[in-house]
Write a protein that binds this ligand. Structure first.
Ligand SMILES: *Cc1c(COP(=O)(O)O)cnc(C)c1O
Length: 496
């Protein structure tokens, strides 16, 4: 079986995986999707007991069909090594009848590491396969976690430069410190006066600007994207849903073949889309529970079929989910429209001209796999406190959105199936909101003092990722206006 890729907007088709990874975004502004989501090529039973790397190989080989076994195993072995602080890579922790799938054991303690520790290798191999002789420039917008995880993944990778734009006032102090202290001569970090959507739009505009791309080409560069629009981000994320399932079977929590639910705290719709792909490949998932914060554009969409970005942007305590344009939703829309490019073109042009779109009744039926709800800031605090009080387990403010929405789901549906909650960040990354949830009196400390307090409260060891940035040299001080991102890239790369 050969899996080929095409653009959701119809402008490109029959593209090899390696080329889709190098390009990041299709020429027509669409996202690359497989012609067909591949099915698992063996019984699920055969995956039982596999360790993470071997399981990753079994899943990823179905998508990266132009990679040789050696090439793919090289990527996997270099990604999931002792950068992770546990051999399990993605442990499943059972608390209060929910199963938390801990995706934060990589080098930046958020789930973005799951994909961004392998993407640089996928890109390196892809560039070689495609005979690319230009220097690759990774241009990325971040709501906080992608930026650091991409910087960590790409730092000092030969033949690649990375430029990260983050909303200057939209990330946590610890996230900011992680980024501005990033080492590596090929790394550039820029704060913008604007929010995440501004940053993401700016990046998309640069990508789609033919003149600018030509200028890059003249100077020996070509762009690629480490954002979750890159299919090379999505594919590695499918793996851990299979992994969680096999672990739950192994521990006797579920029987082989039993349906589970999956709860995902969602922003750009990448992580939950990976779970949807896993379901389509044959993983027994009943409901995909899409958990939003106060920026509940996806909740409204799931319930009405209308996607409307014209609303106030709310800064919440789960900043990595503060997003009004969920890019990866386009891939779901494509699937539920029965792969109709014309439909996607209409919806996307309506989104950019009117700020909204509505899907057809037929497409709405395709949303039945999903349940959407949201948690307010107060409900998020409550969820952190409740889980901690009941089980002594401290979750971060993103995972807490998932936990809170899961509670609403159970109340709404009475469904008691075993459920996996994607735990997307370590509480050490968001000490302020997490500790405030436990006790208001912690408010008098700063984010860094709270690291110690959290350690005293939980006894959980302070992750190396946190120890390393405290007191580290600040290497990146660039700030730019949201309308000057293109000029900034020009300056950084000395384009003429
Ligand atoms: C990025 C991120 C999310 C949202 O994931 P998407 O794939 O963008 O939906 C949730 N939680 C944390 C901690 C994140 O870093």
């Amino acid at each position: 079986m050969n899996t080929l890729y095409k653009s959701t907007r119809g402008g490109e088709s029959n593209i090899q995986a390696s080329l889709a990874i190098i390009k990041g975004l299709a020429c027509d502004g669409g996202l690359f999707v497989p012609n067909e989501i591949p099915k698992l090529d063996k019984p699920l039973e055969d995956l039982l007991g596999l360790e993470y790397k071997d399981l990753a190989y079994e899943i990823m080989k179905l998508y990266l069909t132009d990679f040789t076994e050696d090439e793919l195993r090289y990527c996997i072995n270099n990604a999931y090594d002792d950068k992770f602080d546990t051999k399990e890579i993605a442990p499943v922790v059972k608390k209060n009848r929910a199963h938390y799938l801990e995706l934060f054991h990589g080098s930046t303690i958020a789930f973005k590491d799951m994909a961004l520790s392998i993407l640089p290798y996928l890109m390196k191999v892809s560039a070689k396969k495609q005979n690319i002789d230009k220097e690759i420039v990774i241009l990325t917008a971040t709501s906080g976690d992608t930026g650091k995880a991409a910087l960590a993944g790409f730092a000092d990778v030969e033949g690649i430069k990375i430029i990260v734009f983050y909303p200057k006032d939209g990330v946590s102090p610890i996230q900011k410190q992680q980024m501005v202290t990033q080492k590596g001569d090929n790394t550039y970090v820029v704060g913008i006066e604007g929010n995440f959507d501004d940053a993401q739009n700016g990046v998309k505009e640069i990508f789609n600007n033919a003149e600018f791309v030509q200028l890059m080409d003249n100077n020996g560069y070509r762009f690629s994207s480490a954002n979750s629009i890159n299919i090379g981000r999505l594919i590695p994320q499918i793996v851990y849903y299979f992994y969680a399932y096999t672990k739950m079977v192994a521990s006797g929590d579920i029987k082989m073949g039993e349906d589970i639910n999956v709860v995902v705290p969602t922003g750009n719709f990448g992580n939950i889309l990976a779970a949807y792909y896993a379901k389509n490949m044959g993983l027994p998932i009943h409901q995909l529970i899409c958990a939003s914060n106060d920026n509940k554009v996806l909740y409204d969409f799931m319930n009405t079929g209308v996607y409307n970005r014209k609303r106030e942007f709310v800064l919440t305590i789960s900043p990595s989910m503060d997003i009004l344009i969920s890019s990866n939703l386009e891939r779901l829309l494509y699937k539920i429209s029965d792969n109709k490019e014309s439909v996607i073109n209409n919806l996307m042009s309506s989104l950019s001209s009117k700020g909204e779109y509505e899907i057809s009744d037929d497409m709405k039926k395709g949303l039945k796999d999903f349940y959407g709800n949201y948690a307010s800031i107060d409900e998020t605090y409550d969820a952190i406190k409740e889980v901690f009080d009941k089980s002594g387990y401290l979750i971060d403010s993103h995972t807490a959105v998932g936990s809170s929405v899961y509670k609403k789901y159970k109340k709404d549906t009475g469904d008691n199936r075993k459920t996996v909650i994607a735990s997307t960040a370590s509480p050490y990354k968001f000490t302020r909101s997490v500790m405030k949830a436990i006790d208001e009196s912690y408010e008098k400390y700063d984010d860094f003092e709270l690291i110690e307090k959290m350690n005293e409260l939980t006894g959980v060891e302070i992750p190396k990722a946190i120890k390393d940035i405290i007191g580290a040299e600040i290497r990146h001080k660039m700030i730019c206006d949201k309308d000057r991102m293109k000029e900034t890239v020009k300056e950084i790369l000395s384009l003429s």
